[in-house]
Design a protein around this ligand. Structure first.
Ligand SMILES: Cc1ncc(COP(=O)(O)O)c(C=O)c1O
Length: 492
């Protein structure tokens, strides 16, 4: 009897007690992160963190009591990047709502992977609902009721997957199945290529290489000084490919580009694809959300003409990583993608409409639909639209501050919530623009990123936190000025 109890509760930490400890620590974390002047990130080496967390000891002996559990959690949170801090302006990673973590907690407790309906009926149903909702945004849902999970004629289709990179791979694989159905069994013919802006996200080329086409099968189309595709150049690139005997498997568009946050002209690219009967893939990982706003919709005009779209919910839909949708205008394209059957999962009487496993790279996957649904359920659909409009406005506000300042250079007016800028580009080298970023993040006061654009180094702010405001923008300007002065003095 004793033995059994020990096996079931080796840590002896009661469920509710543990939950309360975690909840309290997270509440403190949220409150402290929001305090002005608190650190966004304290950079420390992995050795220092390992010691602070007492990793080795806990690994061997377990938590054993609530005190150790509590101290581990507090230390863990201390050594995290505080996205909840309004001065977090870094990567395109969602700043979740305070209660966004609950679906992960539920999933971690019941472990119902939703790729097989039988293994997670509630999660799979929520995924089906959210896919219908996303398809509706694109005009690809032909039903009236989002809870209609039947195979409606002329419907689009979609699945959730673990991240934009896998999503791009899934969509490009479907494009290959459409142009060369035998490739699944016979391998790739040598004449297939993919066209897209030279600034396509690296996961596009990675997907092409993983598919065995070789990275040279990506044919870059020139971009302008702000790294937006030059659509007029597409005909020339295409004619050359035709002369070389190549077949274009897909044309890829940025909506929006990772570094700049600017949108390719999707309607012009769609017209080009229609004219030449080419598969049109829109990488909407970050910017597909513009669809949800009457103010910003025009930026993705033409997206509805795509054959496939990817959309990261863990960027602008406030979902904790990872959760991405791959959406197809023509549902058969999803069904014809992966031509495999596994006897233990795809059996005769499968509830195929609700099993996403046949259409995903993953076999087992998390309850992604639950996380996505939760984001809306917390505050309602309108709150998400407000969040998107607010974050696009935040980037515009920061642009205005920087643009009115004689020492800052902003190369373009932001179209989303991503903004690139330089400080005194005539005096501060590329290397030193980067040094400015390191100074800033090493101080703990801000977290921003950086990127290359047109061969030059830029600082980059991504406004993901709804709490960031003018006070933070002014403080950012001051901190950069101070660090630059130090840098210039050191170099003298
Ligand atoms: C345009 C674009 N596509 C794809 C990705 C990859 O997405 P993930 O990080 O979810 O794999 C990103 C990531 O930033 C992106 O910006």
């Amino acid at each position: 009897m004793m033995m059994k109890e020990q096996l079931e509760h080796p840590t002896s930490i009661p469920f509710i007690e543990a939950k309360n400890i975690v909840a309290k620590a997270l509440e403190n974390y949220i409150n402290e992160s929001a305090l002005s002047g608190s650190n966004v990130l304290i950079q420390q080496s992995p050795e220092e963190i390992a010691e602070a967390l007492e990793i080795q000891n806990l690994f061997e002996k377990g938590f054993q009591n609530t005190h150790r559990l509590s101290s581990f959690i507090t230390t863990y949170l201390k050594h995290s990047n505080h996205l909840k801090n309004p001065r977090y302006m870094g990567h395109q990673v969602a700043v979740p709502q305070d209660l966004s973590g609950i679906p992960d907690w539920i999933h971690g407790t019941i472990n119902n992977p939703s790729s097989l309906y039988e293994m997670g009926p509630a999660g799979a149903t929520l995924e089906g609902f959210m896919m219908n909702w996303m398809l509706r945004q694109l005009g690809w849902f032909k039903g009236t009721d989002l809870c209609d999970f039947s195979r409606l004629e002329k419907n689009g289709s979609g699945i959730l997957t673990h991240g934009g990179s896998i999503a791009n791979l899934t969509a490009l694989s479907a494009a290959r199945a459409a142009i060369e159905p035998d490739a699944w069994e016979e391998g790739n013919p040598q004449d297939l290529v993919v066209m897209g802006p030279s600034t396509s996200h690296y996961s596009i080329v990675r997907a092409i290489s993983i598919m065995g086409m070789g990275k040279n099968a990506f044919v870059p189309v020139p971009v302008d000084e702000n790294e937006v595709i030059i659509t007029e150049a597409m005909e020339k690139v295409y004619s050359k490919l035709k002369r070389e005997g190549k077949r274009v498997m897909a044309v890829v568009a940025n909506a929006c580009a990772t570094s700049t946050g600017l949108f390719d002209p999707l309607d012009e690219m769609a017209a080009f694809c229609k004219k030449h009967q080419l598969w049109f893939h829109v990488d909407g990982a970050h910017g597909a959300v513009a669809l949800l706003s009457d103010v910003h919709k025009d930026k993705v005009k033409g997206i509805e003409q795509a054959d496939s779209v990817i959309w990261d919910a863990h960027k602008m839909l406030r979902v904790p990583a990872l959760c991405t949708a791959v959406l197809f205008k023509n549902q058969e394209h999803m069904w014809n993608n992966f031509r495999q059957k596994g006897s233990y999962v795809f059996h005769e009487n499968e509830v195929i409409g609700m099993d996403s496993m046949p259409y995903t790279v993953e076999c087992t996957k998390s309850a992604l639909g639950t996380k996505l649904f939760w984001s809306f359920a917390l505050e309602g659909e309108k709150a998400i639209t407000n969040f998107i409009e607010n974050s696009f406005q935040q980037a515009l506000d920061l642009y205005q501050y920087l643009n009115n300042h004689p020492d800052f250079h902003c190369p373009y007016v932001p179209e989303s919530n991503i903004l690139c800028f330089q400080y005194k580009p005539d005096q501060i080298s590329d290397q030193d623009q980067l040094a400015l970023r390191y100074e800033l993040i090493n101080s703990g006061a801000f977290y921003i990123t950086s990127c290359m654009m047109g061969g030059k180094r830029y600082l980059r702010a991504v406004l993901m936190n709804p709490q960031s405001n003018s006070k933070d923008y002014v403080a950012l300007i001051k901190a950069i000025e101070k660090n630059a002065l130090k840098l210039l003095l050191e170099e003298d």
